[in-house]
Design a protein around this ligand. Structure first.
Ligand SMILES: [Zn+2]
Length: 221
């Protein structure tokens, strides 16, 4: 009888340890593949970076702009207001790249790798170099429909446009997603054209405290 109890006891311990280990493993893999638990975060704060993939549950509400680019329609009113204001200041601009599918993202990455290989880089070096400027499929904010690459149009001076955006985009809920010298946190080099919609409240804090989206979510959410 005593021996029997010992076996049951041992079984319970082994079972508990196994359960704990499985849970830990599952949590690690799910964090890596499907993004963080963003259950409490609104759509506009969805985090996508090298570590966090587009959440499986995320579905963009797409609309097509007059130039054929697609964005999430929920950001359209603020985007339009920002562009109107910029134009009233004599800046002509366009949303050059908006929403991208996973397949399109993969093609962009492969093109970049191929170009670098043609320059003489090894397979591994080309991939590493490409991944500094191009996101992996499912790890690009463009797949959310909330990121836009903005370009100057006509004879608008690029420097003037990007300075204006850096100082004013937050008023419309957009942030400079990859600021200079923040590669360690964002995983990307400075991209002065890439703006991400996070909403006015978050953008205001990100701008005034000079945070990355990663830092903002860590400190405020
Ligand atoms: Zn971009």
């Amino acid at each position: 009888m005593k021996k029997h109890r010992r076996i049951v006891f041992l079984f319970i311990i082994v079972f508990t340890v196994l359960l704990f280990a499985c849970n830990l493993l599952l949590r690690q893999t799910s964090v890596f593949h499907h993004g963080p638990d963003t259950g409490n975060l609104p759509w506009n704060l969805t985090l996508v970076n090298k570590q966090y993939a587009v959440p499986k549950s995320y579905s963009p509400q797409l609309m097509t702009l007059s130039n054929g680019q697609r964005i999430d329609k929920r950001i359209y009113p603020d985007l339009q207001a920002m562009f109107d204001k910029a134009r009233s200041q004599g800046l002509d601009l366009q949303a050059a790249y908006g929403y991208r599918t996973k397949t399109q993202q993969d093609e962009i990455l492969q093109d970049r790798i191929n170009a670098l290989r043609k320059e003489g880089l090894s397979k591994r070096a080309a991939r590493e170099e490409a991944e500094l400027t191009v996101a992996l499929p499912d790890h690009s904010e463009h797949q959310l429909g909330l990121a836009i690459d903005i370009q100057a149009k006509g004879d608008t001076d690029k420097d003037r446009l990007y300075t204006w955006l850096a100082n004013n985009a937050y008023l419309y809920g957009f942030i400079l997603r990859y600021p200079p010298n923040r590669t360690d946190e964002t995983g990307f080099e400075y991209e002065r054209w890439h703006y991400r919609y996070v909403g006015k409240e978050a953008a205001n804090i990100v701008f005034h405290k000079q945070l990355t989206l990663e830092e903002y979510l860590q400190k405020y959410k």
